[in-house]
Design a protein around this ligand. Structure first.
Ligand code: ATP
Length: 355
C-alpha cells in the first residue's frame, strides 16, 4: 500500500471561520518582514490570528524551541523567518532543521515561476523543485572518529525516498505537469543516491502519463544556467535541493521573491524560499518584502482562504510587475515600505473583495 494516501491535512477553522497560525519571526530581516505580513493581512481582512513565538538566536534555551513546536502542533500551520544558529559548536543544532525534523516535514516545495517585467537572468521559467526535507546530508550526524578525521553521515531511507517521490508525482499529476526529473549523484554515491534514484524510478511506473528522467547534479547545475526551460518538476535529496533552489532563485531575481512550502502528513510551514537571514540588510528598509508575502499567500491558499490569497497575490503582481515599484535587489529604487504601501493601495482599490 502507498505510504502517502493524502497530502498534508488542513486544520479546521476556529469559531467565525478564523484560523490560528504560529508566526516565528526568526532573526535578521524576519521580524520586519512579519510586520509587513501583519499589515497586509489587516487591510486584506485575512481571517488569521497569529500566535507569535520569538526565538533568541543567541540563546540555546530548549524551552523556546519546545514552545514553538507545541504551538505548530496545536495550530497545524506556521509562517517562519530563518532562525540564525549563532554557535558553531557541533553541540548546538540548527533550530530550523530541528523544527522540520520534529514535525516530520518531509517535503519542501519551491515553485520557481518568473515574474514578468522583473529583471532576471532567464525569462519564462516555471520549475517546481521538490526536495526531501528531513534527512540526507542534514542528518546532523557528524563526529571526529580519530583526531583530524571527521565523518559526516548522509542518511537516505527507503521510506522517505518513497514518500517524497510519491508526493512529487501526486503533486505533478494534480498540477497538470508533464515531466519529473530526479536529480542525483548515483554514479558516485551508489548506495545512498542509488536508493533515491531507484525508488523514484519505481514510483514513476505508477504514473504512466508523466514522463520521468534523471540527471546528475553537476550537469543539472550547468543545464539550469544554460537551458532551464527543459525542466518541469524536479525531485532531489536535501542538500542538492538547497543548492538547486538557490540557483533557480538566482536565475529569476534572487532571494527576495519566492516562497518555500514545507509539508508533512499533519503540519505545514511557509517561509521565504531560500531561507536567508539577511542580517546585513536588517533594519535598513531595503529588504524585499515579496518572498515573505508570497509565503503568506501560500499559507492562505493552504488554509482554503483562496479569495484573500488571490487578492494579495494580485496586489503583489500589480506592484512589482506593472507599477515597477521594486526594491534594489530586483533592480528597483524603492524601499521595503514603499513596496508594502503600494501592495496595500492595490488591495484597497480591488474591485472584488473577499468579504
Ligand atoms: P547571514 O545569513 O549572516 O545574514 P549570508 O551571507 O548567509 O549572511 P543571507 O542572509 O543568507 O546572507 O542572504 C543571502 C543574500 O541574499 C544576501 O546578499 C542578502 O542580502 C540577500 N537577501 C536575502 N533575503 C533578501 C530579501 N528579502 N531582500 C533582499 N535581499 C535579500
Amino acid at each position: 500500500t502507498p505510504l502517502v494516501k493524502k497530502q498534508t491535512s488542513i486544520p479546521v477553522a476556529l469559531y467565525g471561520g478564523r484560523h490560528a497560525v504560529t508566526m516565528l519571526p526568526g532573526s535578521g530581516i524576519g521580524p520586519e518582514l512579519m510586520t509587513y505580513v501583519k499589515n497586509v493581512f489587516r487591510y486584506a481582512g485575512a481571517p488569521v490570528d497569529f500566535q507569535i513565538v520569538d526565538i533568541d538566536p543567541k540563546s540555546d534555551d530548549k524551552k523556546e524551541l519546545e514552545y514553538a513546536i507545541t504551538s505548530i502542533r496545536r495550530n497545524g500551520v506556521a509562517i517562519k523567518g530563518n532562525i540564525e544558529t549563532k554557535s558553531e559548536s557541533a553541540e548546538v543544532r540548527s533550530r530550523n532543521v530541528a523544527i522540520r525534523n520534529e514535525l516530520d516535514l518531509f517535503v519542501n516545495v519551491l515553485h520557481c515561476k518568473s515574474f514578468p517585467g522583473v529583471p532576471a537572468r532567464q525569462k519564462d521559467i516555471d520549475i517546481m523543485i521538490i526536495r526531501q526535507n528531513t534527512e540526507g546530508e542534514y542528518a546532523m550526524l557528524e563526529h571526529e572518529s580519530v583526531c583530524g578525521v571527521v565523518e559526516s553521515m548522509k542518511v537516505v531511507t527507503h521510506s522517505n525516498s518513497e514518500r517524497v517521490a510519491r508526493w512529487a508525482f501526486d503533486y505533478a499529476k494534480r498540477m497538470g505537469r508533464k515531466k519529473v526529473t530526479t536529480i542525483h549523484k548515483a554514479n558516485i554515491m551508489k548506495l545512498s543516491d542509488g536508493l533515491f534514484l531507484e525508488t523514484s524510478r519505481r514510483i514513476a511506473k505508477e504514473y504512466p502519463d508523466i514522463e520521468h528522467n534523471d540527471m546528475i547534479i553537476d550537469n543539472c547545475c550547468m543545464q539550469l544556467v544554460s537551458k532551464p526551460h527543459q525542466f518541469d518538476v524536479m525531485i532531489m535529496t536535501n542538500l542538492y535541493g538547497s543548492i538547486v533552489s538557490n540557483v533557480v532563485c538566482g536565475l529569476i531575481g534572487g532571494a527576495g521573491l519566492l516562497c518555500g512550502k514545507n509539508y508533512g502528513d499533519h503540519y505545514a510551514i511557509f517561509e521565504p524560499g531560500t531561507r536567508n537571514t539577511g542580517t546585513a540588510i536588517a533594519g535598513k528598509n531595503i529588504a524585499n518584502p515579496v518572498a515573505m508575502l508570497n509565503a503568506a499567500v501560500a499559507m492562505l491558499e493552504h488554509l482554503g482562504h483562496t479569495k484573500h490569497a488571490k487578492l494579495i497575490e494580485n496586489a503583489i503582481i500589480q506592484t512589482i510587475c506593472h507599477d515597477n515599484i521594486r526594491t534594489q535587489d530586483i533592480g528597483g529604487t524603492n524601499s521595503s515600505t514603499d513596496v508594502v504601501q503600494a501592495i496595500i493601495d492595490h488591495i484597497l482599490q480591488a474591485d472584488v473583495r473577499p468579504w
